[in-house]
Design a protein around this ligand. Structure first.
Ligand SMILES: O=C(O)CCC(=O)C(=O)O
Ligand SMILES: [Fe+2]
Length: 253
């Protein structure tokens, strides 16, 4: 079992960053398999496309299960490797059973949002192909009496903290962070990291996991300033859906 504590992102008690979770060969292999998948597997959103692996969700949050692709649970066995981190130890199936694979081309991102309530409170995200900067935001203090719903609440534009996701890294986030915070990725072509002396750039510079980065030149650049161009990124967001439909003809768990 992985000693997760050594991967804890400083300043959080619920996010872990593991660099080099897959090798460069495994990364190339998975990206090639993604590109070989039949076109109907892609779902097109306004600003990116994605594939859903492991089955579809009903409106009530029940998973109608399907086999995940073999390049995720045979070679390389990403599911078993995630299981071995222990992060899903107390989740209903002890391992992820559902993956949303997002593709981001340079310039594409994801608006600050909260994930829905259907998932067990842990998410493991594998990044392939490119880095990204993941921001956590909080809501502005509520000024209305309606605090039961976050719908339409104003978001503080300054991230609380940000995490640099190297290609091949795994980030594990407990969902309490997802429940109290929003998360998002800017839709930019390049990420700019200010030099420590550049105080004007303020909050954008707070990369909480800089000491945990696996690649020394990247660590140097993020810490001391520079610009990194985005490439196409594939994020595999792996979750455990607690409620799985059983007994349907032709489906197996
Ligand atoms: O691409 C990522 O790393 C995050 C994706 C995400 O937040 C989501 O799919 O809900
Ligand atoms: Fe999300």
């Amino acid at each position: 079992m992985t000693d997760l504590a050594r991967y804890l992102i400083p300043g959080t008690d619920e996010a872990f960053y593991i660099p080099d979770f897959v090798t460069a060969e495994e990364e190339d292999f998975i990206i090639r398999k993604i590109h070989e998948s039949p076109l109907p597997k892609w779902k097109h959103l306004a600003n990116r496309r994605l594939q859903i692996w492991g089955g579809s969700m009903t409106a009530k949050g029940v998973l109608i299960p399907e086999e995940v692709p073999p390049f995720i649970n045979k070679y390389p066995d990403i599911i078993a490797r995630i299981k071995a981190t222990g992060a899903f130890q107390s989740s209903p199936h002890g391992a992820p059973n559902h993956i949303i694979m997002n593709e981001y081309l340079p310039g594409q991102g994801i608006m600050p949002h909260e994930d829905g309530p259907a998932y067990h409170p842990v998410v493991a995200t594998l990044s392939l192909g490119s880095h990204a900067v993941f921001h956590y935001y909080r809501y502005k203090p509520s000024t209305t009496a309606d605090s039961a719903s976050n719908q339409g609440r104003a978001i503080d534009p300054d991230p609380v903290f940000s995490v640099f996701l190297e290609p091949r890294s795994l980030v594990i986030t407990r969902a309490s962070l997802y429940q109290t915070h929003l998360h998002g990725i800017d839709g930019v072509h390049a990420d700019v990291f200010p030099a420590p002396s550049d105080t004007a750039s303020g909050s954008s510079a707070r990369i909480a996991n800089v000491e945990l980065l696996g690649d020394a030149p990247t660590r140097e650049l993020v810490a001391n300033g520079g610009t990194l161009e985005r490439r196409a990124r594939y994020s595999l967001t792996c979750r455990d859906v607690a409620r799985v439909a059983t007994g349907l003809p032709g489906l197996k768990r």
